[in-house]
Design a protein around this ligand. Structure first.
Ligand SMILES: C[S@@+](CC[C@H](N)C(=O)[O-])C[C@H]1O[C@@H](n2cnc3c(N)ncnc32)[C@H](O)[C@@H]1O
Length: 259
């Protein structure tokens, strides 16, 4: 917690608005993706599902394969508790939607589905894209599937199993990957492992989004190592998430921006 608080104060000191950013690429991104108030019809439908999940008191057995939650790792949880603790809040789900939309992503991978809220934002943004999402817990995955059906998402493939098995198979099968949202098993070692696996299928316009880069000291170390990788050019830190670009036409620079 202390690490998060300290990191947040550091972030607040450094974070710049669009006018303090000299990169034209990031300036446009901020104007059109971060700072816009545009709303899309899909947002309401997804938020309605979230409301239903918050009221859902079904108790399910869970088998946490990841770093877990700092609020306790009970084996049985209500759906309501899971959605409140694991699903990205609307602000960040909507950012994923805008990123996928702005960059015209045609295939995306999400590492960590949970109940499918962030998946739904990515999938609704790009109905013609293929979205694959990985989840290790069968009971949670079952509810995510219910949500995809309610939202009529036909472009999502949910792969059940431990990332240690499902990610290598996914990567092996793909020629290239446009977009990855890393949101499961927040440890330094796993994050770097997933990063390196996905790196083998990047292209010039691929985007990686890492959640919870200040969740722990380990996650921040992983983020630092990712930024220095020689394939990475520009990165954008919005505290909750870190966004990585590989575009060769961009300079190697690490921007901290207000969001
Ligand atoms: C933070 S939640 C994902 C939240 C989701 N992206 C959202 O915002 O709506 C992370 C999920 O990853 C799953 N997970 C963690 N470690 C895993 C592993 N090693 N293999 C498979 N699933 C894992 C957990 O079961 C959990 O549902």
């Amino acid at each position: 917690m202390l690490h998060q608080t300290k990191s947040y104060f550091r972030y607040l000191k450094k974070a710049k608005g669009a006018h303090g950013v000299h990169s034209p690429f990031v300036f446009d991104l901020m104007r059109q993706v971060f700072d816009t108030k545009d709303r899309f019809y899909a947002f309401e439908a997804i938020e309605l599902i979230r409301k239903q999940l918050i009221l859902d008191n079904r108790k399910i057995e869970i088998n946490d394969l990841g770093a877990g939650s700092k609020k306790g790792n009970n084996k049985t949880k209500t759906v309501s508790k899971i959605v409140k603790s694991a699903s990205k809040p609307p602000k960040y789900g909507q950012l994923l939607f805008r990123l996928a939309n702005y960059f015209q992503v045609t295939n995306a991978l999400e590492i960590g589905t949970s109940l499918g809220i962030s998946t739904a934002y990515i999938a609704k943004a790009r109905k013609i894209a293929d979205i694959t999402t990985l989840e290790g817990d069968s009971n949670i995955a079952q509810i995510a599937k219910e949500n995809f059906n309610k939202l009529k998402l036909n472009n999502v493939t949910l792969v059940k199993g431990n990332f240690d098995e499902t990610l290598p198979l996914f990567v092996k099968d793909k020629k290239k990957i446009d977009f990855v949202f890393f949101d499961g098993n927040h440890t330094q070692k796993s994050t770097l492992n997933y990063f390196k696996q996905c790196l083998s299928k990047t292209h010039n316009n691929t985007i990686f989004v890492f959640d919870d880069i200040y969740w722990s000291e380990g996650m921040t170390k992983a983020w630092k190592e990712i930024k220095t990788h020689n394939k990475v050019t520009t990165t954008v830190d919005i505290f909750q998430m870190g966004i990585v670009f590989f575009r060769k036409e961009l300079p190697k620079q690490h921007l901290v921006i207000k969001y």
